[in-house]
Structure formats: structure tokens, C-alpha cells
Design a protein around this ligand. Structure first.
Ligand SMILES: Cc1ncc(C[n+]2csc(CCOP(=O)(O)OP(=O)(O)O)c2C)c(N)n1
Ligand SMILES: [Mg+2]
Length: 290
């Protein structure tokens, strides 16, 4: 359903971050359904309008409330690549944390459901766009929670493109140095970045080995296998931050994505009639009349 919702959004808005939903859907589903200990979500399933930058007379809307209250025993979820926001909104809808028609307002002026999420967007706790920064926020929060004796964990989802940035590695090095075993970092290794395949733009090598070399407990799993993701979490070493390199296929659910030009894949715009081809060939949409 995460993939289907992201596809509908991309069709309705003449473009969207579809491959990111296709690669991360099973990771997000596993996090929201199986792994994260989140308290009850926001009272208002229909997100508030964005009424300006917080300040005098303008109250702050923090999207984190859709992931439950910020309390010591509950986990927090930080999405670092903010262009994955659509997939998070869909995950919130599917888990009853956001109204099922919330996406009708998607990316309209004045909505908080932005295409590139920000900290006022549902489920988005940290403004992570540009890129490569929100893991550091997660490390800071994990450090505070450990010092304060809070039992809730910090989960951070990052993209593989972010591992090309030095800040990612400073963050992991610090997390290892401070023994932050309350930090769980999942990397969506979808092999893709803006300009094309990571292999041809700037290869990053084996992220499990690199994270291990930086002092983390690091494992590699099939990112479409919820049981494997859960098993990786259960086997985590105490005393070290956990990094799970989730190997994913960004065409999952929409095989027609394989046929796109490299430059047309990171952000998918459909040519006239093309969305129909996608619909016809998608195993997710067999028998779904639209
Ligand atoms: C610091 C920074 N550098 C570059 C960019 C431009 N940019 C936006 S998305 C992106 C791709 C990052 O890779 P990834 O998130 O793995 O891409 P995807 O898998 O979504 O195609 C880049 C380089 C940015 N937003 N911020
Ligand atoms: Mg990528």
C-alpha cells in the first residue's frame, strides 16, 4: 500500500519520489509495525495547515507527534532523506496515524504534507533536506537519552546517497565512541542517487564493512525481508550503535521503472500514457480498477 499510494501521488501530481517508496516500503512497514515502540499518534488525524514559521503568535507544529509522544520510554523515528516523505506519510496512513485521505492535500500551498518533508510534516521529526545531517541529530538525541537513562531507542533511516557525505561518517564515529547502543541506523541501499546508479556516479563500496570499521555493529540484510530486518535488530551487540545496510531494489512493485533513463529515475515524471503502462504491468495493481 505504501508503494501504491506513492504511485497514485506521482500520477496525480505529474511526478514524484516513487523509487524511494518502492525501495523503502518494507523497511518502513517493518519499523512501524514490528520494531518501533511508539506511543499513540496525534489526536488530529487530519494534519493542521502550515501557518508560518514558528514565532510570536505562530505556534509550532511538530510532525513528530504523528510518531507518538516524545517521552522517555517511547522510541523516536528520524527520517534523514526528506524526499522519502511520501513513503512515510503512506506508512502513517496504513498504521492509522494519519487520515486515509490526507494525501489529497499533498504538496498543495499551505499544507504540511510537503513533497520534501520538514519538521512540521507528519512523521518528519527533523528537517533533513538538504541531506546527510539528520543522522547527527539522531546521535545527539541518542546521547542525551543514554545519559538521562531513557529507555526509548532512536531509529534513523538514511539513504545510500547520504553515505557519500562526510558528516555521515563523523556521526557514526561519534556514535561508536560514545557506545550509543540505543541508536539503530537503517540504510536504504537502493543503489541510486540523483544522477543515476551510485556505481556509475560515485560508488560507496560495502556499507556494512565501512560501518563496522567505524566501530558500529553492522549487518547487511535483504531490505525487502521484514523477518531479516527484525532478526538483525534482535542480534544487535550491546555497547555499539547498530547499522543495518538494507539492500533494496528501487523498482519493486513497478517493473516498468527498470526501463527508464538514468536521469529520469530519481524523480519520476510520466509521459502521456506512461502511467497506464505502469499500472498494467504492476503486480501491485492486478485487478485494481482505476
Ligand atoms: C548536501 C546535499 N548534497 C546534494 C544534494 C542534492 N541531492 C538531493 S537528493 C540526492 C540524492 C541522494 O542520494 P539518495 O538519497 O540515495 O537518492 P535516491 O535513492 O532517492 O535516488 C542529492 C545528491 C542535497 N540535497 N544535499
Ligand atoms: Mg539511493
Amino acid at each position: 500500500m505504501i508503494r501504491r499510494r506513492a504511485f497514485d501521488v506521482a500520477v496525480e501530481h505529474h511526478g514524484g519520489y516513487l523509487i524511494q517508496a518502492c525501495s523503502s516500503a518494507d523497511i518502513l512497514a517493518t519499523l512501524y509495525v514490528e520494531l518501533m515502540q511508539l506511543g499513540p499518534g496525534a489526536d488530529n488525524l487530519v494534519p493542521p495547515r502550515f501557518n508560518g514559521t514558528p514565532g510570536t503568535g505562530v505556534p509550532e507544529h511538530w510532525g513528530g507527534v504523528y510518531n507518538g509522544p516524545d517521552q522517555p520510554t517511547y522510541d523516536r523515528f528520524i527520517l534523514s532523506p526528506s524526499h522519502y516523505a511520501t513513503a512515510v506519510y503512506a506508512a502513517l496512513i496504513e498504521t492509522g496515524r494519519l487520515s486515509s485521505d490526507a494525501l489529497t492535500d499533498y504538496n498543495a500551498d499551505g499544507t504540511t504534507l510537503e513533497m520534501i518533508g520538514a519538521e512540521h510534516s507528519p512523521g518528519i521529526e527533523v528537517t533533513g533536506g538538504s541531506l546527510g545531517q539528520a543522522l547527527s541529530v539522531g546521535v545527539g538525541r541518542a546521547m542525551w537519552r543514554k545519559r538521562a537513562g531513557h529507555t526509548g531507542k532512536i531509529w534513523v533511516l538514511i539513504s545510500d546517497g547520504e553515505t557519500q557525505e562526510g558528516q555521515t561518517w563523523e556521526a557514526l564515529q561519534a556514535a561508536a565512541a560514545f557506545g550509543l547502543d540505543n541508536l539503530r541506523v537503517l540504510i536504504d541501499v537502493n543503489g541510486w542517487q540523483v544522477d543515476g546508479p551510485m556505481e556509475s556516479v560515485m560508488p560507496v563500496g560495502c556499507l556494512r564493512d565501512k560501518a563496522a570499521a567505524f566501530g558500529c555493529d553492522a549487518v547487511e540484510v535483504d531490505g525487502h525481508d521484514p523477518a531479516a530486518i527484525c532478526a538483525a535488530v534482535l542480534s544487535a551487540d550491546r555497547g555499539k550503535p547498530l547499522v543495518i545496510a538494507c539492500i533494496t531494489d528501487p523498482t519493486t512493485g513497478f517493473p516498468a521503472l527498470k526501463e527508464r533513463d538514468d536521469a529520469q529515475t530519481h524523480f519520476v515524471r510520466f509521459r502521456p500514457g506512461e502511467a497506464e503502462e505502469y499500472r498494467r504491468s504492476s503486480p501491485l495493481l492486478v485487478g485494481v480498477g482505476r
